[in-house]
Every structure is written in structure tokens, then in C-alpha cells.
Design a protein around this ligand. Structure first.
Ligand SMILES: [Mn+2]
Length: 386
């Protein structure tokens, strides 16, 4: 690996490595990839980890891969804003659309922000050499990989910072055609964005762990810009993230979406940054919202669909949850979920405006600590036949 490059030049180098014909490659390609929801945490963790590792001994190029098709990147408007703060644009990132057909044996994979490869990347599961994640451990990544950090934390980025802080501080001060402090600052802004976003600027007590404020302090120290204000930065990112006014419902449902196969059934969970009140109003009524959701569930061929929301009307943080059994087996799973979901403290939302007997229910979720990280395992449990 050549001397340290600017962030932008690094991403261009990674792109070149991907397009080099297999016959001209001398070593397997090493990837760092986040989860398929491709949220700020996943996208940023991959970039930060890949950059630091690439310019640390033994100087192996790590290619950060965004786990989504190129066209979907445009929906991550908050990522566009964060990249801009680092002098980058979405076109600088590599996506699944840029990934050529590769022999798994010619690749190595590091997972960040998930611990089980999904979708088109499943074929590379045998080539995973490490994992840093803050989700429930699915015990899919071998215990014997060279780096295996799976523990609760507000943001996966905080775990990435913890793992790389020494290497980061030891990075060369020489940057080809650039200034090391400038590049550190860009990287730190990218890192900060996901931690602040995931922890609501470190105020989400149920989520925040010791490593979150530690990472924030480490990253903030790398920002020299005298007018940089962390609270303002958080507000700016949140405003972009929560503005879904220009998105249609299909885009809202797929913007932050995860899917699981469990016991032969398909579960899909969409997360929205606006509550049911907003979504019903935007759709022009409950029936219209449900029509749009039904189209999405058909497109994905789901047995069980779920829509989770976060919102803060009048500064009160709220969670809403909708669960919908679409097939006979899906309906049975929803029945089981009603018992398993007790810990979520669910109360009927909007006088049952989105409910349909036993098959579909919408609730206000009073257990505010339970995000998709907690709700998904409960739904998956419900999918398992008793
Ligand atoms: Mn995450």
C-alpha cells in the first residue's frame, strides 16, 4: 500500500482495486461492509474502519462497501449531508452496484454493524475474518476470527473508534497532496455523525454505553474548526434525516429496511423517522397508508410485515409499532407475537384506526428502549413454529 492518501483519494483507490481484472490482482480483495439497512452507522463505520486499517500496518487495502444498490443511496439524504461536511459526495462511495462477480476465495470480509451476511453477499459468508457490531449476536461469525467484537453500544461507530483509536493516533502525518489534520477532521465528522444520530446526541440513556461518550470525546478532539458546534451538527443531521416530505411511501418503507428468513417465512421491518400520525396524514388517511404498505409487502413477498417509527411530537419521544400477518403462517406468527411482545408495553394506537382484527395491529410502544435491535428478535421468535 502506498503512503497515506486523502479520504477522497483513498475511495478512488478502492474503486480502482474493484475494477482491476482478476488476472492482474496479486492478493484477495478485502472488504468492510455494514448492514443492509445502510443507515448512517453502517455506511460510516465501513468508511472509517477501512480507512484507518488501510493506512496501518500491514497496510492492506480495505475496501469500504455500502450494502445497498447505487440508486438507493440517494434516499440516505443524511448520509449525503454528512459526506458533504467531509468534502465528499455519494458518488465517492462504493455500492453493491459496483461489486463485480467475484470468486469468494478471492475475497476477505470484515463485518461492521451486523454479524451475519444477508442477501447477495451471503455467498461470501465463509470468508469473514472479523466483525464489530452492536446487535444481538446471531452466532453466525466464527468465534475464531481474528477480531470479534459484538456487544451492546449506542452506535457501532463507537466500537469502531475503540478498536482503531491507537492505530488512528499512530497514522502517518504525511498525506499525499493533503494535510493529515484536515483528513482526520473529515473522518472525525463522519464518525461523530453516526454516534450523535444513534444516541440522540448522547442523551438516549437506555442506549448509551461507556464507549459512546469516549468515542465522541476522541473524535471531537480531532476537529479543529473553531466554529464547529456538536449540538448544531446534531441538529443539522436530524433535520435532514427527519425530512421525508419529498419521499413517496415505497421510498419511506425501503429507506431503513431489514429482512429476515426465519423458519421458511419472510419478515420485513421498515423503520420510519415520523410517527403514524404523520404517515396517515401524509397518505391522506389510514386506508391509503395501508394500501401503500400492502403494495410494499407484496413487492417483497412478506409473510409478516412490520413498521416501526420514532418521533418526538411536542418534544416527547414516542415509538409506534405496526405488525401485519399477511399469509396464514404469518397470521399465526402475529398471534404468537401478541404474547411475546408484552415487554414492549403496547397500547392500541389511534383507537384501532390501523387495526384489522387479529391480523394487523398498530400500537403505541411505551417501552422506549426497544428499537429494531430488540423488536426484530421477538418477531423472529414469533415466526418459529411452536
Ligand atoms: Mn448500528
Amino acid at each position: 500500500m502506498s503512503p497515506r492518501q486523502s479520504l477522497q483519494a483513498f475511495l478512488a483507490t478502492a474503486r480502482n482495486a474493484l475494477t482491476t481484472p482478476a488476472a492482474q490482482r496479486t492478493a484477495p480483495l478485502t472488504f468492510v461492509v455494514g448492514n443492509e439497512s445502510a443507515d448512517l452507522d453502517s455506511l460510516s463505520s465501513a468508511v472509517v474502519y477501512a480507512y484507518i486499517r488501510t493506512y496501518s500496518p500491514p497496510h492492506t487495502l480495505h475496501i469500504p462497501l455500502s450494502n445497498l444498490p447505487r440508486a438507493d443511496l440517494a434516499l440516505r439524504t443524511e448520509m449525503t449531508a454528512v459526506l458533504k461536511s467531509a468534502g465528499l459526495v455519494p458518488a465517492d462511495l462504493l455500492t453493491l452496484s459496483d461489486l463485480p462477480e467475484l470468486d469468494p476465495n478471492d475475497t476477505n470480509w470484515m463485518l461492521v454493524d451486523h454479524n451475519c451476511l444477508t442477501g447477495p453477499l451471503k455467498q461470501y459468508a465463509g470468508r469473514i475474518f472479523g466483525c464489530i457490531d452492536h446487535h444481538t449476536d446471531e452466532l453466525s461469525v466464527s468465534q475464531s476470527v481474528s477480531l470479534r467484537v459484538v456487544e451492546p453500544c449506542g452506535s457501532c461507530m463507537s466500537l469502531v473508534v475503540e478498536e482503531t483509536r491507537q492505530a488512528w493516533d499512530a497514522l502517518s502525518r504525511e498525506v499525499e497532496g493533503g494535510d493529515a489534520a484536515d483528513e482526520d477532521e473529515k473522518l472525525a465528522k463522519i464518525g461523530l455523525a453516526s454516534i450523535l444520530s444513534d444516541t440522540i446526541n448522547l442523551t438516549a440513556k437506555a442506549k448509551v454505553r461507556e464507549k459512546d461518550p469516549r468515542a465522541v470525546a476522541f473524535l471531537e478532539a480531532k476537529i479543529r474548526d473553531p466554529v464547529f458546534d456538536r449540538n448544531q451538527y446534531f441538529d443539522d443531521i436530524s433535520a435532514v434525516k427527519e425530512d421525508i416530505s419529498s419521499l413517496n411511501f415505497r421510498d419511506i418503507f425501503r429507506k431503513d429496511y431489514k429482512e429476515w428468513d426465519e423458519s421458511g417465512l419472510k419478515l420485513g421491518i421498515s423503520c420510519s423517522v415520523q410517527g403514524f400520525d404523520y404517515l396517515v396524514a401524509k397518505a391522506g388517511g389510514a386506508a391509503s397508508l395501508l394500501d401503500d404498505l400492502a403494495s410494499w409487502t407484496q413487492e417483497r413477498g412478506l409473510d409478516v410485515a412490520s413498521l416501526m417509527t420514532t418521533s418526538h411530537p411536542d418534544d416527547e419521544f414516542q415509538r409506534h409499532l405496526l405488525v401485519w400477518g399477511l399469509t396464514d403462517e404469518g397470521k399465526a406468527a402475529v398471534e404468537r407475537f401478541r404474547k411475546l411482545g408484552v415487554e414492549l408495553q403496547l397500547e392500541t394506537w389511534g383507537d384501532g384506526a390501523l387495526d384489522d382484527g387479529a391480523n394487523r395491529s398498530a400500537w403505541r410502544q411505551y417501552n422506549l428502549a426497544a428499537s429494531r435491535k430488540q423488536v426484530a428478535p421477538l418477531l423472529r421468535e414469533a415466526l418459529k413454529k411452536s
